[in-house]
Design a protein around this ligand. Sequence first.
Ligand code: PBG
Length: 332
Amino acid sequence: MFIQRKFPNTRLRRLRRNNNLINLVSETNLTKDDLIQPIFVKENFDGEEEIESMPNIYRYGINQALNEIEDIIKSGINSLAIFPVIDSENKDHKGSQATKTNNFISKSIKEIKRQFPDLVLIADVALDPYTDHGHDGIIVNGDVDNDETNKILIEQSLILADAGADIIAPSDMMDGRIGLIREALESQNFKNTILLSYAAKFSSKFYGPFRDAVGSSSNLGESSKSSYQMSLKNKQEALHEVALDINEGADIVMVKPAMPYLDIIHSIKDSFQIPTFAYQVSGEYSMLKLSISKGWLDSGVMLESLIGIKRAGADAILTYAAKEISKEIQNK
Ligand code: PBG
């Protein structure tokens, strides 16, 4: 219904007179429960090393990772996405280590869940940490082969579920993989393993620092992932991807990156009644962090960016800033 609004009966500034009033009528609220912290755990490594292109983000040996997770939980964060950094000697053309039982990631997941049973642990399904060419799938006749890759992703998923991951998150963008993984999980009695599909993952330049972090950028070289990740020009196609993944058995869908794709988040949340997450990726984090460290931007831009993502419709956000923002919003 259209209501006639007129100054001075209506003065929108009445509700902006102080912070308590502003908070009282705020439409969006970001809490620590909306945040998921990604963490990099490095194989055959003891210690921690800062990732050059990601200020304040480290690759941890498993022991140091456990300390860091304790700190993350202390900050109020209860969900974590784990990414393995694999020794280059253990990478090969087919990403064989991904499907080895008791591989590095399985051992890490087991240890983390043993020490922190209540933590919601999200494990990535994709081959790029394990392949010597840096692609998310295996290459057959020069092409990242969809169906052959799916077979491997199923095995990888079962290993991650068996290790104790609460949520497994296929980030590879192969067609049909959600349905196949769901079917395999059901048949192997992993009925409660949650599938978080990177349903609308765009072929983005914002992943650069992440690829440095896991050491896949030099392997990938000039090669692009555009034959499987989405064209950044398409929104209808993102909805199409999400519809397929819901039909195939996804519990949660995700949009990635976040800030340049707020319209996609909004449309998905509007169109489907399903939990919708957003991934504020490495490049988004780094550009803000670098500007903050130079004093070019106020540190408040990080929180502002996350509230924007939440307002667009995201139910939860993966962000490298999860721990620091959790502390910041609780100390307010
Ligand atoms: C690959 C994967 C990527 C990210 C998460 N999983 C990079 C890629 O697609 O090359 C990116 C995350 C980030 O940039 O923070 N399976």
